[in-house]
Design a protein around this ligand. Structure first.
Ligand SMILES: [Zn+2]
Length: 329
């Protein structure tokens, strides 16, 4: 399937040291940075996002008057990589930096490495593990071992699986520390004024469902907006809405593989997406995606694109329009 061109209207220390049973692992978690005033009291929470530049500028003029897409050759490319039952997105930013969001299950690690190498990269600038479930971080050990990378982010979530411990060990061997991601964490430090990368969740420090710890990321390039939900469910969706975060997006990577545990009608309406991408394995044991969830997205006006049917999905945007290409169909 190739769509025609569209004009877009638009672990803290507590994380698992005890579970790891290994003091040396504690060194890889970067507590200093997380507790730094910069993140908690400063730049992000005080002003930049809430009061000024983006909210006013976008609607009042900056983008509409000043933005000339034909003057900018570079594109942003977002790959939704088919990893079977799991999640994996790789973003090429216009300035050449890259971001990996999840890396699929362990069985897809080599495939993810091959995919990124085939794009010509030997380094990944930002790695985000949305939450420590195997279908998201299983393949990440291979990625961490195979690439140089800038920084790696995870939510403060506890788990004691071998998959998780193996990933921590791989990160430690690279002499890297994990940075904690929550809502309003600054991950991408690009100076590209047309590019904005925000984290919208998690907004709480404790959830009953590990999925709700998922780091939710919104990428805006010019007029085109992409939302990456991880496995965030209804509780996290409600928190984002209650905080009046702007979740609207042209393309959404739907939460939790299209499960019924995510995608409330209210949230779907607030996103208002044209395309809803569901990352699922064919004949998976979980019954993903849920047929009623698919219906809700479709009734909202979104076209649902599934990795089990279309394979790899690649979105390319110049900040004004975007194309979506798929591997199959
Ligand atoms: Zn998942």
């Amino acid at each position: 399937m190739k769509t025609k061109k569209l004009t877009a209207l638009l672990l803290s220390a507590a994380m698992c040291f005890s579970l790891c049973g290994c003091d040396s692992l504690s060194r890889i978690l970067d507590d200093n940075r997380y507790d730094d005033y910069y993140y908690d009291d400063g730049y992000y929470n005080d002003g930049y996002y809430d009061n000024g530049y983006y909210d006013n500028g976008y609607n009042n003029g900056y983008y509409d008057n000043g933005y000339q897409s034909d003057q900018r050759v570079p594109n942003l490319v977002s790959h939704y990589i088919d990893v079977g039952q799991g999640d994996c997105e790789f973003i090429e930013f216009p300035d050449g930096e890259t971001m990996l969001i999840d890396a699929g299950p362990t069985s897809s690690g080599s495939e993810v490495v091959r995919y990124i190498r085939n794009l010509g990269y030997s380094r990944i600038d930002y790695i985000v593990a949305t939450h420590p479930h195997e279908d998201h971080i299983g393949g990440m050990k291979k990625v961490v071992e195979s690439f140089d990378f800038g920084s790696i982010y995870m939510p403060k979530a506890e788990t004691n699986t071998l998959t998780y411990e193996n990933l921590l060990t791989a990160i430690q061997k690279k002499n890297k520390k994990i940075k904690t991601a929550k809502a309003k964490t600054r991950i991408v430090t690009s100076s590209d004024s047309y590019l904005k990368v925000e984290t919208l969740a998690p907004n709480s420090s404790s959830y009953t469902d590990l999925n709700d710890y998922s780091v939710v990321i919104k990428v805006t390039y010019g007029k085109v907006r992409m939302l990456y939900m991880g496995d965030a469910g209804k509780d996290s969706e409600n928190e984002m809405l209650n905080k009046n975060y702007n979740v609207s997006a042209d393309v959404v990577k739907v939460g939790h593989h299209g499960s019924s545990s995510a995608s409330t009608q209210k949230f779907i309406n607030s996103v208002g997406a044209q395309y809803a991408i569901m990352s699922v394995g064919s004949d998976n044991d979980y019954g993903h995606p849920n047929s009623q969830t698919i219906d809700r997205w479709e009734r909202s006006g979104a076209q649902v694109i599934r990795t089990d049917i279309y394979g790899d999905i690649v979105l390319t945007t110049n900040g004004d329009t975007f194309d979506i290409d798929t591997e199959k169909n």
